[in-house]
Design a protein around this ligand. Structure first.
Ligand SMILES: O=P(O)(O)OC[C@@H](O)[C@@H](O)c1c[nH]c2ccccc12
Length: 261
């Protein structure tokens, strides 16, 4: 359970000389039964962990694809409480990371949220709008439960800040590879390779690149400089279009490479 489960999953990936692959899906997009099918499909594909998004009315970091998925999920009546209930009723093997904006946690009640995450078997959290200066609002509660708080580093973050984030992060470090919102792109920031190598050296947990990763070539390129990738918008598109073989190929692209090199 918890942090330990995430760490063990990354260790298995490393022992096999593979790179980590973490897909992002939106909870309740198509309804929670569809979400469950997607979780089980991704688990069968052999992903390292799953990042599950909670739909929110004002998703400041989300690009158009994730926003649209969030709107569909909200139209299905998806709430944080419903997602946590669902997760509790459907335990899984694969580590589960919940991605939610702090507002939703705050209105749910911080203590109750952490308690319910624990009961639902949530192993980690990504809270993109919670800066390190504010995270004491939740770290006390999380510390009681062995739930990882995964921090994000931006390519524009100053060096001291990167150091602090790399030191604090648990489970893995989420390296945001672009400036702007989530979504598929054709190119990354100019310094992405240097940035990822630098983070990998400063951080004792795995470093995963996310934002704009959408093709097997991206995965193969970026994982030369870090420990794995997060894929969101492309994953959502492929599920929408029922392109399951392409999803498998994308997941596979994190596994082949390092046997080739
Ligand atoms: O969609 P992309 O470009 O593949 O990026 C991953 C991203 O969607 C997912 O990790 C995520 C969705 N919403 C976020 C908000 C902040 C940070 C990360 C996220």
């Amino acid at each position: 359970m918890g942090k330990t489960k995430i760490n063990e999953s990354f260790k298995r990936v490393k022992d096999r000389n593979e790179k980590a692959f973490v897909p992002y899906i939106m909870a309740g997009d198509g309804g929670l039964e569809v979400t469950q099918e997607r979780i089980e499909f991704l688990e069968r594909c052999g992903v390292t962990a799953i990042e599950l998004g909670i739909p929110f009315s004002d998703p400041v970091a989300d690009g158009p694809t994730i926003q649209a998925a969030g709107i569909r999920a909200l139209q299905q009546g998806t709430t944080l409480a419903a997602v946590l209930n669902h997760l509790q009723a459907h335990p899984r093997e694969v580590p589960l990371i919940l991605m939610t904006y702090f507002n939703s946690i705050f209105s749910y009640g911080i203590e109750k949220f952490v308690q319910d995450c624990d009961e639902a078997g949530v192993d980690g959290l990504i809270i993109p709008d919670l800066p390190i200066e504010e995270e004491h609002l939740i770290t006390g509660e999380l510390g009681k439960k062995d739930i990882a708080l995964i921090r994000l580093a931006a390519i524009t973050s100053p060096e001291d800040r990167i150091k602090e984030i790399a030191l604090r992060t648990e489970g893995f470090l989420y390296a945001v590879t672009v400036t702007g919102t989530t979504g598929s792109r054709t190119s990354f920031h100019d310094n992405v390779e240097t940035y990822l190598s630098h983070l990998s050296q400063s951080c004792s947990v795995p470093v995963l690149a996310g934002f704009g990763v959408s093709t097997p070539d991206h995965v193969r390129h970026l994982t030369n400089y870090c420990d794995g990738v997060v894929v969101g918008s492309k994953m959502i598109e492929l599920f929408q279009q029922r392109q399951f073989a392409e999803i498998e190929q994308l997941v596979q692209s994190a596994k082949d490479i390092h046997t080739l090199n």
